[in-house]
Design a protein around this ligand. Structure first.
Ligand SMILES: Cc1cc2nc3c(=O)[nH]c(=O)nc-3n(C[C@H](O)[C@H](O)[C@H](O)COP(=O)(O)OP(=O)(O)OC[C@H]3O[C@@H](n4cnc5c(N)ncnc54)[C@H](O)[C@@H]3O)c2cc1C
Length: 260
């Protein structure tokens, strides 16, 4: 597509249309700024038959941000699961914490939401926003930061210009590298197992986390009665767990959660 001069100039270019970049685009667009949002991925497409493994617990503050950009009404028509209680306990001490929504007069503490439900709703809203241009299936090839404006060349061949470039392009951020921001990286020797599991007991809309000597294990209540688990473990334990059959894995999980 050939762009005219004014189509190429934006107030803000945002690299990355994940939860952070899309939400940032929606919030800045409400201020009347012109926004270009770029992501190498396709248009995110939430599907009712495909409960995605990548879910997030969004607290009330995050929900309020998504409400303020008018995305929450759409997200909540997809698949969201409220959590009303959080239990956190430690395997090596008597330490235990419980937060309950009802104790503070709240109906819930947050919702478990598939990340794709958030991004697909935000992108749907942004597609209908006049001052936002989306470049999905495209990527930044080169960044030229001048004194006032910066220009960005896309893989599709177009060059766009803005006064501000936001890097919301994930852990291997191209924008971070171009800005010369260094990383202090260190291995923390953990690998996580992520799954949705069916449990004998009801999850009671409770999010749980147990701190084991080998790493934290979290369970998040899903709307279909299952729970999403994120089990962070040492590489040795990870390999052992990953090699177990379903029955043995379920037994290890039950032990690790003390049957809760
Ligand atoms: C197992 C696990 C569980 C988690 N649970 C929770 C939770 O319960 N609650 C919570 O709040 N958070 C949770 N998080 C963290 C949360 O998922 C991340 O903080 C969040 O997804 C980060 O969003 P993002 O938009 O910054 O990055 P990403 O989701 O990584 O998105 C980055 C985007 O940038 C794009 N991109 C990459 N390179 C370029 C480029 N050069 N130019 C343009 N675009 C580019 C990518 O395609 C991608 O769409 C969890 C994370 C993990 C791993």
């Amino acid at each position: 597509q050939i762009l005219s001069g004014c189509d190429r100039r934006f107030d803000v270019i945002i690299a990355g249309a994940g939860m952070a970049g899309s939400c940032c685009a929606a919030a800045l667009a409400r201020l009347g700024l012109t926004i270009a949002l770029i992501d190498p991925g396709p248009v995110p497409n939430w599907h009712p038959d495909d409960y995605q493994l990548r879910v997030s617990a969004l607290n009330l503050a995050s929900e309020n941000i998504l409400k303020s950009v008018d995305a929450w009404p759409l997200i909540s028509t997809l698949r969201v699961s409220p959590f009303r209680q959080i239990e956190v306990w430690d395997a090596e001490s008597t330490g235990r914490l419980t937060f309950n929504a009802a104790d503070t007069g709240l109906s819930h503490l947050g919702h478990i939401v598939e990340n794709i439900a958030v991004t697909s709703s935000l992108i749907k809203r942004l597609s209908a926003t006049k001052n936002v241009r989306l470049w999905l299936n495209d990527r930044i090839e080169h960044i030229d930061s001048g004194t006032e404006d910066l220009s960005v060349r896309l893989a599709s061949g177009e060059t766009i210009v803005a006064t501000l470039l936001v890097g919301a392009d994930g852990t291997a951020s191209t924008v971070r590298q171009a800005a010369g921001i260094e990383l202090d990286e260190r291995q923390y020797e953990h690998q996580a197992i992520i799954a949705h599991v069916v449990t004998e007991k009801l999850h009671q809309e409770t999010a749980r986390q147990r701190f084991l000597p080998t790493g934290p294990l979290a369970t998040l209540p899903l709307s279909d009665g299952r729970s999403s688990i994120v089990w962070s473990a040492t590489p040795e334990l990870h390999d052992t767990l990953a090699a177990l059959n379903d029955e043995a894995f379920a037994e290890s999980l039950t032990d690790a959660l003390e049957g809760r």
